[in-house]
Design a protein around this ligand. Structure first.
Ligand SMILES: [Zn+2]
Length: 378
């Protein structure tokens, strides 16, 4: 979709952290040309300079003000952090949507998500936040996501450049025209009223990609299939089947965040093993699907009962494993749309406290479920 050489800039006040840019550059060398900058001007001049360069992607360290940089008058110039700089850039792109571009933040601080989380701060500034340690461990995956973000913006900007008054959601999500009822929700249609690419991209991420709802992640699908993800020899085979059945999502974000359409997946499950598939245990579901599709998945194991005779329904958002609704505790979500799946944490993660390390907060109604589970002897 994008043919010309793309350009990205990595801004960090610590020159030594250029190593993270180098890792990303090695991961997608052929696609993106990277440059490194320190925040060497005041915020207005620096944001003007970044926009004038017409980069395709900006990566900012969260704290740009840790190491003072002086101008020729010995004054400190970098008295701002990523949020302030991004605010300047976003305001300018609202006036000129054709210059809007992805801005992501990187940080050493494990709790950096809390500073930007739109659910907590009402800011929608950054497209994504990565921990620098994750760039060390999964530079290929992150580089692919950054490339995908560039594609998202390129696709969305085309609507502004072509002078269309609102974005064509069916096209951007690659739905079939006759499936438009799937996105017939007020909150989704409101996207058409947004007037800058970054607002549209952020909104599509939050509504479609971030959590299970109209789209499912691979782990969300495994919870429905009843498959364990410990033996994934047949993963490729399964993905091929789903691709042939056109269940795979091919709209924006899909090259960095693989997803599958829930309505097509559910219809295919009915067609393959019958419309009562939700009432089958993980063991029975797996047997039927393996027989019907020539696969050799092993059934998911409940972390609570330690067997496969359970009605797996959802993915635990803490450990990613399939869990039964009766063994799951609701997590707190400040903003929830009806078409999104309620997020849950399995009892194993709650009782061991595992979920606490993953920035998950339990819903106030969780107490009742916790009492019930304790009484049942779990
Ligand atoms: Zn869990």
């Amino acid at each position: 979709m994008i043919d010309t050489q793309l350009r990205a800039v990595f801004v960090d006040d610590r020159s030594v952290d250029k190593q993270y840019m180098d890792r990303l550059a090695r991961a997608n060398e052929s696609k993106i040309k990277w440059s490194f900058l320190t925040p060497e001007k005041n915020v207005e001049d620096f944001s003007d300079m970044l926009l004038a360069e017409k980069y395709d992607l900006i990566v900012l360290d969260y704290r740009l003000d840790e190491f003072p940089i002086h101008n020729s008058n010995h004054q400190i110039v970098n008295r701002y952090r990523a949020a302030t700089l991004t605010q300047y850039l976003r305001e300018k792109s609202i006036k000129n949507p054709e210059t809007d571009l992805p801005i992501v933040v990187v940080s050493h601080e494990p709790n950096v998500h809390e500073y930007y989380d739109p659910d907590l701060t009402a800011h929608d500034l950054f497209d994504y936040v990565y921990l620098k340690k994750d760039i060390n461990s999964s530079s290929n995956g992150i580089a692919q996501q950054l490339f995908s973000l560039i594609e998202c913006y390129s696709k969305v900007r085309q609507f502004f450049e072509s002078g269309q008054r609102s974005i064509d959601l069916v096209n951007i999500l690659q739905l079939e025209p006759e499936e438009d009822a799937i996105i017939d929700f007020q909150e989704i249609q409101e996207i058409k009223k947004l007037f800058a690419p970054h607002q549209i991209v952020r909104c599509i991420y939050r509504i479609f990609v971030k959590q299970a709802g109209l789209l499912l992640s691979y782990e969300d699908m495994l919870a429905r299939l009843g498959f364990s993800y410990q033996n994934s020899f047949d993963r490729e085979k399964l993905e091929k089947i789903l691709e042939n059945k056109k269940i795979k999502y091919t709209g924006i974000f899909s090259s960095g965040w693989p997803r599958w359409w829930r309505h097509r997946f559910d219809a295919w499950m009915e067609e393959t093993i019958g419309n009562d598939w939700g009432a089958l245990t993980a063991l029975d579901r797996t047997k039927k699907l393996n027989n019907a599709l020539g696969l050799s998945f092993i059934p998911a194991l409940s972390r609570i009962t330690n067997d496969s005779n359970f009605l797996c329904a959802v993915r635990c958002i803490s450990c990613d494993q399939p869990t039964a609704l009766m063994h799951a505790v609701p997590s707190y979500e400040s903003r929830r749309y009806l078409f999104l799946e309620k997020q849950r944490v399995c009892w194993a993660c709650v009782s061991t406290g595992e979920y606490e390390n993953r920035q998950i907060v339990l819903d106030v109604s969780a107490n009742r479920t916790i009492e019930r589970l304790k009484k049942s002897g779990f």
